[in-house]
Write a protein that binds this ligand. Structure first.
Ligand code: ASP
Length: 622
């Protein structure tokens, strides 16, 4: 019930059933039309729009007021519901059968002319939308997105509450927790010279909640990472954070899969989930097949390895790569023979972002006896055009085409490089080719979830040789015996990069929407991991002493996951970036244009916080 002192109904309530009723509505002037004597107002609130009409003959005073109102003024209207004249109904509007004949109008507030139209989107630049976010949020699209986000949060909470999860709020002012990003730091006034950091995630606190015996924890948690913003990431973002005790990876995945299905059905009942149970790929499979550890499986396009075939082939680039321990991979794009030189160049640019030096290709054309083919290798009824075909020769070219199940009018796109570069560059080509061929057209409502598991536990920095945790250092190795053997040998630490983690990511339409792992709950094992990561005993004690200590007081086996709720809401809303589903987002330079943050603060305040700035902000240098 929306009835308050100000209104009897919302702007989306009234139909011909309320004909002749006296009603009281409030809202903003969406549009105003003067039609020779009659004035029409579209009155808008959060719920919808109702048409208001005055007739100078019937309500002179109200008419005079409505003559001067402008868009975005806030009005209260008292009037009578009446059926719209025949032919003037609007079937697209919930209130399209009726209009309100005004008796009395009260101006609750006037408004300046807004910097952009509220009732219509006109492609204005995002900066102006962010600066006047409270006006942008009045628009239909944003109202819908924010309400949808709210539904995602509610459905998520409800699902997990029903499964005995306890929502525990963890602090925002904490000590560093390693998730691989730079932290925001907050000076302590009371403890001069000391700092808090903002959580990159509640990782350690949720693990400590398991030590505390809570068994099933969840939280809609705010996380902070001080990174240069890539793509549409935000310096602060929202996670559904979850941790469970006495579980294995299957338990965590099962409950999360069920939750995601249930939430999708509730929030997007029109959506079609591509496959249940969610398909699963190991990290190696995902990289080999799709060139990405967060594959979009709404379209096929799979990558095939032809290293074996290319071992002793006559083509120096391919054979040489294999000899050096690299791989040769090929992506068949059905119907891609029609790609122009420019199209292929665009695909090549995508590959180069991931370090590929180029993109070799072979087009397969049907042999047309009547048409002269320029060059190419002829085999059976096909002409194979492109440098690799000439170099590989007829038989090998045909074998490779057969391995890829290629047909006439397809294109083969090759990568010869180290494994990771070959996979990721063809992965990028795969996405670009799918876009070019519009393979996602008509799949707007398709939700393709999948799991990716068996991630490497550690990675080695190519330049520094340093070993880092791929997920975070609390992740459990999948095979403890193998881990012990490799760590025990100590000879070549890079060998530990072959250790797999008990970690899993959940993917939706090519985006990683969640990731987690089974954790280490033994103090000794945790110390061994720190050893691999070259965290000294002293450093481990200083940074993680609290969790190592906690592990010595009967920590249960446990594991968890976190979902990126902004991304999930973005996909549910069918929006292209997460800012569209965040009420008050920051730009990709981490600024709040509406509030004007970050900002200078007065010297006295700095002093009180025991801070002295060593740089003058831009524009203030002198
Ligand atoms: N804390 C991890 C993250 O924020 C998720 C997890 O392991 O539960 O990515």
């Amino acid at each position: 019930m929306l009835k308050t002192a100000f209104r009897s109904h919302s702007c989306n309530d009234l139909t011909s059933e309320e004909d002749s009723q006296e009603v009281k509505l409030v809202g903003w002037v969406d549009r105003r039309r003067d039609h020779g004597g009659l004035i029409f107002i579209d009155l808008r609130d959060r719920y919808g729009i109702t048409q208001i009409v005055t007739d100078p003959e019937l309500s002179g005073a109200a008419h005079a007021v409505l003559e001067k109102v402008r868009p975005e003024w806030v009005l209260q209207i008292i009037g009578k519901v009446r059926q719209r004249p025949a032919g003037q109904e609007n079937a697209k509007m919930a209130t399209g059968e009726i209009e309100i004949l005004v008796n009395e109008v009260k101006i609750l507030n006037e408004a300046e002319t807004p910097p952009f139209e509220i009732s219509e989107e006109n492609d204005e630049n995002e900066e102006i939308r962010l600066k006047f976010r409270y006006l942008d949020l009045r628009r239909k699209r944003m109202q819908k997105n924010i309400v949808l986000r709210h539904q995602v949060l509610q459905a998520t909470r409800k699902y997990f509450y029903d499964q005995d999860f306890v929502e525990i709020e963890t602090p925002i002012l904490i000590k560093g927790t390693p998730e691989g990003a730079r932290e925001y730091i907050v000076p302590s006034r009371v403890h001069a010279g000391k700092f808090y950091v903002l959580p990159q995630s509640p990782q350690q606190l949720k693990q400590l909640s398991m030590v505390a015996g809570f068994d099933r924890y969840m939280q809609i948690a705010r996380c902070f990472r001080d990174e240069d913003q890539r793509g549409d990431r935000q310096p602060e973002f929202t996670q559904m954070d979850l941790e469970m005790s006495f579980v294995d990876a299957e338990d965590v995945m099962a409950i999360n899969e069920a939750a995601l299905i249930s939430i999708t059905k509730e929030v997007r009942p029109d959506a079609k989930i591509k496959a249940t149970p969610f398909p699963r790929f190991t990290y190696d499979e995902a990289m080999n097949q799709f060139g990405k550890d967060a594959p979009d499986i709404r379209y096929e396009l799979e990558i095939v390895d032809i290293s074996e075939e290319c071992k002793d082939c006559g083509f120096g680039i391919f054979a040489g790569t294999v000899e050096k321990g690299g791989v040769v991979k090929v992506l068949k794009v059905a119907g891609g023979a029609k790609f122009s030189r420019k199209d292929i160049e665009a695909l090549e640019d995508a590959a180069k972002i991931y370090g590929a030096k180029g993109l070799a290709w072979v087009k397969i054309l049907e042999l047309d006896k009547n048409k002269k083919m320029d060059g190419g290798i002829i085999s059976n009824n096909f002409s194979y055009q492109g440098v690799p075909a000439e170099k590989l020769g007829e038989q090998l070219t045909r074998e490779i085409a057969e391995k890829c199940e290629a047909k006439a009018n397809d294109i083969l796109l090759f990568a010869a490089d180290d494994w990771e570069t070959a996979c990721t560059s063809l992965g990028a080509v795969r996405i670009a080719a799918a876009e070019k061929l519009e393979l996602l057209k008509g799949k707007e409502n398709e939700f393709a979830f999948c799991w990716v598991t068996d991630f490497p536990m550690f990675s080695q920095n190519k330049e520094t040789g340093e070993i880092g945790a791929v997920h975070h250092p609390f992740t459990r190795p999948k095979n403890l015996k193998e881990f012990d053997k490799l760590v025990g040998a100590k000879a070549d630490l890079s060998a530990v990069t072959s250790v797999k983690a008990e970690a899993y990511d959940v993917i939706l339409n090519g985006y990683e929407i969640g990731g987690g792992s089974i954790r280490i709950h033994e103090r000794d094992l945790q110390k061994k991991i720190f050893d691999v990561l070259k965290v000294s005993d002293e450093d481990a004690e200083r940074r993680f002493g609290h969790i190592l200590k906690a592990f010595s007081y009967g920590a249960p086996p446990h594991g968890g996951i976190a979902w990126g709720l902004d991304r999930l809401a973005m996909i549910f809303a069918g929006e292209p970036n997460i800012r569209e589903v965040i009420a008050f987002p920051k730009t990709n330079r981490a600024e709040d244009l509406m509030l004007g943050a970050p900002d200078l603060i007065p010297d006295a305040q700095l002093k009180e916080a025991n801070i002295q700035s060593v740089v003058k902000p831009k524009g203030e240098e002198s």
